[in-house]
Design a protein around this ligand. Structure first.
Ligand code: C2E
Ligand code: CA
Ligand code: CA
Length: 764
């Protein structure tokens, strides 16, 4: 449950946060791409700038060299030197001019005359001496125009130079002056104008110049752009590199990044808040409402494991836990009985299965108690479902009090419960069962009614009596069969019982379906006498069954089997038919004699009952007044509405009806008035000892008064003594039955009794 709640909430929040993280990651990746693009852009921009600058520098050098050359040509000394064919003079002149030159970039001067070639030269270094850029010189000298000039870059030795060649001419070209400049210092000076560190690299890879901040910039955040100076023929001469700093760019990017992430986090948090708010109002609140309605209306959420339902459902669950609460409620509904709060059959089966598996791993004994609430249903029908429900809750409460935390109490349905007792042997199980039975001892106070409830408990043990749910419950039910016949009403499953029940079923089946004449079933008759006249009122037919082993079975031993196996209808038909046959024969000596038949609840629900009895009577040419039908109070009250309908049918046909065992059920006056019955037969448990038990005597007295007020007559059964007989007479009871006047007797016995009975009666 906790787990679910956490998952639900954190799942929602985590997924939104995950989305936020994805958004943040996307932002970071995007800014990275943006950064790379910016770097590329910066690099290109710097390269472009560099190109322009370098070209500017080269153009500047060229212009300077030209100017210098033009001034030199115009110089008188130079003219004089040119005119003399003395190359030494010219060289000296050039030397002097070079020294005087303001432009230190100019590193070499060479003069060629028109015909003979080299006339003189001067240089600042040995590298710049001699013929530099011969092709350029050649091209210029081939141009005979006085304006023909040439300029360009070239490589000499391991140096790159810039050369300008001007014709020396007045009217016609008389020679050429070559001014050679070293571009390196001017290019190196770009570090100032560009405000970037630069590096100059020769084609062989030697660094010709490296700005002081170069290494630092390159190892840090910088983009390097390059521009390569080339000779006229395209040969690479000098690579100029500039390191453009991206420090500022990075700083700005970093700032943008931070801002974006802050925005993403803010949006994520906002999304979480909105989502939670939305879910709360659109999902959780309706669910909370639903959940509280469910728990208020349907369930008792007992904290106790045994499920004794105490207290009403908790308040409506708080906010976001609503869904969890609903889940809990639904889960509860799935495993709990809504009325009593005990577990339901589904959970019981589940737990049993679990125990079966555990038992196989670590052998232990588990007891399964099947608890049947005796005579519950009619409380429901009689006093209303509300009262029935309250009684059931109290019953559950008392059971739960007896049980331990580790025990499982489940409601199988109606008034049937199951208790699982782990680690319990048969002796301990019986003790618990007896405790449960004792716990029902005191009356229940329900809405002003004093109600009593008793239970029968059948016990099966795992693994001895089965290793699957179905077998265990079936065997506990078999044990219930024994329990119902015992005091205090509990029994452990005995495998022999199964054989007995099965055999009983089979034999009963055989006894009923084969030749019935002279078979093991027979009827005994017990007289009911009119208390005032002492005359016989009727004979009550009671069924007996002699087993093949000679044992005589009483109805309590096999009526239940017959009911369970569906043989009760056949049995009833047989009883009615037999009673009719024997009545006809008895009537020969006792005209007007009547017989009373006990009707089982199972047959009572048969709407053809009236036809069935009518047909039997017709077969024997008996009138309806010859039969009297007894139905126990409990059975009537199990489903009064339906039973009333059937009783009305029977009464309509002229049968006399009697409510048997009156006093053991909880008949309400409402129903009693509506029942089309003639007689109440007070149960023997009140009658037998009414001479010694005043409580019982007053119950009998009250019953007699009540019956008379309702226009019913009263029969007392179980009269065993003269005292009781006399008390009943005083109380105004109408009829009586019991060992005092006659025990149940077989066909022959009753014929004798009827013959001699009159004397007996007269003797009373
Ligand atoms: P019931 O209808 O209340 O029958 C009276 C029971 O009380 C009989 O037991 C009878 O033997 C016993 N009894 C009679 N006089 C006395 C007495 O003075 N003292 C005491 N302590 N007991 C007395 P039985 O024959 O064992 O029948 C038990 C129950 O079985 C009957 O109770 C009845 O409900 C049911 N039953 C009997 N025969 C039939 C039948 O043919 N069909 C159906 N459906 N049920 C029957
Ligand atoms: Ca009876
Ligand atoms: Ca009775």
């Amino acid at each position: 449950m906790k787990r679910f709640k956490l998952n639900l909430l954190s799942g929602l929040v985590i997924s939104i946060i995950l989305l936020g993280i994805i958004a943040a990651a996307t932002t970071i990746v995007t800014t990275r791409v943006y950064r790379d693009l910016s770097f590329d852009f910066k690099r290109e921009h710097t390269a472009r700038l560099l190109e322009l600058k370098v070209q500017d520098v080269v153009a500047g050098l060229e212009a300077g060299a030209l100017r210098f050359g033009e001034q030199l040509i115009a110089d008188g000394e130079f003219q004089a030197a040119l005119d003399s064919p003395d190359s030494a003079r010219m060289s000296a002149e050039l030397e002097q001019q070079l020294r005087r030159a303001a432009l230190t970039d100019i590193v070499g001067l060479t003069v060629y005359n028109r015909d003979t070639g080299l006339l003189g030269s001067a240089s600042r270094s040995s590298g710049a001496a001699g013929v530099i850029c011969p092709e350029l010189v050649h091209r210029a000298r081939a141009d005979k125009r006085p304006s023909g000039r040439a300029a360009g870059l070239c490589r000499s030795g391991d140096h790159t130079y810039q050369a300008v060649i001007l014709p020396v001419a007045a009217t016609a070209v008389s020679g050429h002056l070559q001014v050679v400049s070293d571009p390196v210092p001017a290019l190196a000076a770009m570090e100032g104008t560009l405000a970037l560190p630069v590096r100059l690299v020769s084609p062989t890879g030697d660094a010709l110049h490296v700005s002081p901040g170069w290494n630092e910039a390159v190892s840090g955040n910088a983009v390097v752009s390059a521009y390569t100076l080339a000779a006229g023929d395209g040969t690479a001469l000098l690579r100029v590199e500039a390191a453009g700093s991206v420090e500022a760019l990075l700083f700005r990017l970093g700032q943008t990044n931070k801002r974006l992430i802050v925005v993403v986090i803010a949006i994520t948090l906002l999304a979480v808040a909105i989502a939670l708010w939305f879910v709360r109002y659109s999902v959780f609140m309706p669910l909370r409402e639903l959940s509280s309605q469910l728990s208020r209306g349907r369930l008792v959420k007992g904290g106790q494991d045994a499920g004794a339902g105490t207290g009403a459902a908790g308040n409506a669950p708080a906010s976001f836990h609503a869904l969890g609460e609903l889940y809990e409620t639904l889960q509860d509904m799935a495993i709990r009985d809504p009325l009593t709060g005990t577990y339901n059959r589904a959970l019981l089966e589940d737990r049993l299965k679990q125990l079966i598996v555990e038992q196989r791993r670590a052998p232990s004994m588990t007891a399964i108690l099947l608890v049947d609430l005796v005579r519950f249903k009619y409380v429901n029908d009689l006093l209303g479902h509300h009262t029935g429900d309250l009684l059931l809750k109290q019953v559950v409460g008392r059971m739960a009090d007896v049980l331990r935390e580790s025990d499982t109490l489940a409601r199988l349905g109606g008034d049937e419960f199951t208790v699982i007792l782990p680690d319990t042997d048969s002796e301990q199980a019986l003790q618990v069962a007896e405790k449960i039975i004792q716990s029902m001892g005191a009356d229940f106070e329900v809405e002003g009614h004093k109600l009593s409830a008793s239970v029968s408990i059948g016990i099966a043990l795992m693994p001895d009596h089965g290793e699957d749910v179905e077998t265990l419950l079936r065997n506990a039910d078999y044990a219930m069969y024994t329990a119902k016949k015992r005091q205090p009403g509990c029994a452990v499953f005995d495998p022999n019982i199964v054989a007995e029940i099965k055999a009983a079923r089979m034999t009963l089946d055989g006894a009923l379906s084969h030749d019935l004449e002279g078979n093991d079933l027979f009827l005994v008759y017990q007289p009911v006498l009119d208390i005032k006249t002492g005359k016989i009122s009727y004979l009550e037919a009671l069924v007996r069954w002699r087993r093949p082993d000679g044992r005589l079975l009483l109805p309590d031993d096999f009526i239940r089997v017959a009911e369970q196996s569906g043989l009760i209808r056949q049995l009833t038909e047989w009883i009615i038919d037999t009673a009719c046959t024997e009545l006809v024969s008895l009537q020969q000596s006792s005209p007007g004699l009547r017989v009373g038949i006990n009707l089982s609840m199972h047959i009572l629900h048969d709407y053809n009952l009236a036809d069935l009895i009518g047909a039997a009577l017709a077969r024997h040419r008996l009138g309806p007044r010859s039969l009297l039908l007894e139905i126990t109070e409990t059975e009537v009250m199990m489903d009064p509405e339906q039973v009333i309908e059937i009783l009305e049918q029977l009464s309509g046909r002229g049968f006399e009806l009697s409510i048997d065992d009156f006093g053991t059920g909880y008949s309400s006056l409402v129903y009693l008035k509506r029942l089309p019955v003639d007689t109440l037969k007070v149960d023997k448990s009140f009658v037998s000892d009414m001479d010694t038990d005043e409580d019982n005597a007053s119950i009998v007295h009250a019953t007699i008064d009540l019956a008379h007020n309702l226009g019913l007559s009263v029969t007392a059964e179980g009269v065993e003594s003269r005292q009781v007989y006399e008390r009943l007479r005083e109380m105004g009871c109408d009829s009586y039955q019991g060992y005092y006047i006659g025990e149940p007797m077989d066909k022959t016995g009753i014929a004798v009794w009827l013959h001699e009975g009159r004397e007996v009666l007269h003797g009373l």
